[in-house]
Design a binder for this molecule. Structure first.
Ligand code: MN
Ligand code: MN
Length: 463
């Protein structure tokens, strides 16, 4: 009768020294990845580099596809779909894992640059759910592109190199912050005060700091003020990803939601053996703002990709796409919440994830009365449990937080609406959406193991 109680235990307890080294080694590479992949564009580029090195080819370049072929589709440099053709009939369903590669940040407005009280600044418009106060008085970097009308692209990446300058958003000194301190936390920092300080030297001729900055930008990048109209410039924390804790068991970094799952997925896709079912990996953009737009998961571009697979395997009969979806299984690889020792009151302990206790399954997401939830069926959860338990993969099943407190969603429901069996499965995070998110190395490796086992699985869900 020993096993009748569900004993939840820290994963590190069952990790021996060689396994620990394997986990730490994996996470060292992950930390390097985080330091180069701070935006969806940079992540797309790096994911494609990994894919190309491992035999993946652009799907458009292939006229037919057969077992073992590895292909990918680059969606406008901001999202990627990759697949490896399985040995079975593709319309019998796919093993899909989907992560997203955009993260909360500050975008520059189209008319960003201005001067006030003899200083020059950039106006921003925040992207995704941020707590505005967290973005003041920290070092910031600017990443992105400026595109000129002739199509020429100027890549910008400033604030990461030790020799680069950084930028920052200022805040009121405590001595004068009486009014600010009395405001609600959500209102203490105004969206219009998230302005980036970029310069203070006026030009000799017009005594203008703004014009001096424009002159420097013109010298360095060949751009004029009007070129900001056609730019996508993202302000991200200039911190480096680091190991966290005396025991180095955790990772602290910007952008782990959801690059932690994206990285585990990428490595699992490359490591997994060819399987009966065609494996599909999604690296999506725009999840943080509702998955709309032609690089978000609501767009038909994913259907287009799957249709290309059906065409090139000669299985694109009438209704084939829908049949394929209805037979498919998916892990929505997105982060969950780890219980925070300082803020336990927002979680319900029986249904919370603990960092270091393994990969997290959320049977459903949504908020309050499961509004907007994608709720995985009991049959599908049993199916996933069987995969994880038979591979000795430590997992925990939890909710985002207490029922009435709030909620959230992922890309899960979008694929569920196409007919796919989907469950959320990712790494629990503490300080999610902050400039410095915390994860456990044990969970990162559990996600990698879980994704590998899922991709290789050749069973069907039993209904
Ligand atoms: Mn996410
Ligand atoms: Mn998020």
């Amino acid at each position: 009768m020993e096993n009748i109680v569900n004993k939840k235990e820290c994963g590190w307890k069952s990790v021996d020294e060689s396994r620990k080294q394997e986990i730490f080694h994996f996470c060292n590479e992950y930390i390097e990845f985080l330091n180069c992949a701070k935006t969806e564009r940079e992540t797309t580029k790096i994911v494609i580099e990994y894919l190309e090195k491992n035999g993946f080819r652009p799907v458009e370049a292939m006229t037919t596809l057969s077992i073992g072929d590895r292909i990918y589709y680059n969606n406008r440099g901001k999202s990627v779909f990759a697949a490896e053709i399985g040995s079975g009939d593709i319309t019998d369903g796919l093993n899909i894992i989907g992560a997203h590669i955009d993260s909360p940040r500050l975008d520059l407005k189209p008319n960003p640059i201005y001067e006030d009280v003899h200083l020059s600044l950039l106006k921003t418009h925040y992207y995704g759910g941020i707590k505005k106060y967290q973005w003041t008085t920290i070092p910031l970097a600017i990443h992105g592109i400026i595109v000129k009308p002739n199509g020429e692209k100027v890549d910008i990446n400033i604030g990461e190199d030790e020799n680069d300058p950084i930028f920052t958003i200022t805040d009121i000194l405590p001595h004068l912050a009486q009014n600010q301190n009395n405001k609600k936390l959500s209102e203490a920092i105004d969206g219009e005060s998230l302005n980036i300080l970029i310069g203070s030297i006026p030009d000799a001729e017009k005594n203008s700091v703004k014009e001096n900055i424009l002159y420097l930008l013109n010298q360095k990048y060949g751009i004029r003020e009007v070129d900001f109209y056609s730019s996508e410039l993202e302000i991200v924390p200039a911190f480096k990803a680091r190991s966290l804790g005396f025991d180095e068991s955790m990772v602290a970094s910007y952008g782990q939601d959801d690059r932690v799952c994206a990285y585990a997925l990428l490595k699992a896709l490359l490591a997994s053996n060819n399987s009966l079912y065609t494996k599909v990996a999604i690296f999506a953009d725009k999840e943080e703002i509702g998955s709309r737009g032609n690089t978000g998961m609501y767009s038909d571009v994913f259907d287009y990709f799957i249709n290309m697979l059906l065409d090139r395997t000669n299985r694109n009969f009438s209704g084939a796409l829908t049949k394929t979806y209805c037979n498919s299984r998916m892990l929505s690889a997105d982060v969950g919440t780890g219980i925070d020792p300082n803020y336990q009151e927002v979680s319900e302990k029986n249904n919370s994830s603990f960092i270091g206790f393994g990969v997290e399954l959320n049977k459903y997401t949504g908020s309050r009365g499961k509004s907007g939830a994608s709720d995985a069926s009991a049959e599908f959860v049993a199916f996933i449990r069987n995969i994880f338990e038979s591979h000795n993969i430590k997992y925990q099943v939890s909710e985002l937080g207490k029922v009435d407190i709030g909620g959230g969603g992922t890309i899960a429901y979008i694929l569920a609406e196409k007919g796919v069996d989907v469950i959320d499965c990712g790494v629990p995070v503490i300080s999610m959406h902050s400039p410095y998110e915390v994860t456990s190395k044990y969970d990162i490796y559990s996600a990698y193991d879980a994704y590998t086992a899922f991709l290789e699985n050749s069973e069907k869900v039993k209904y």
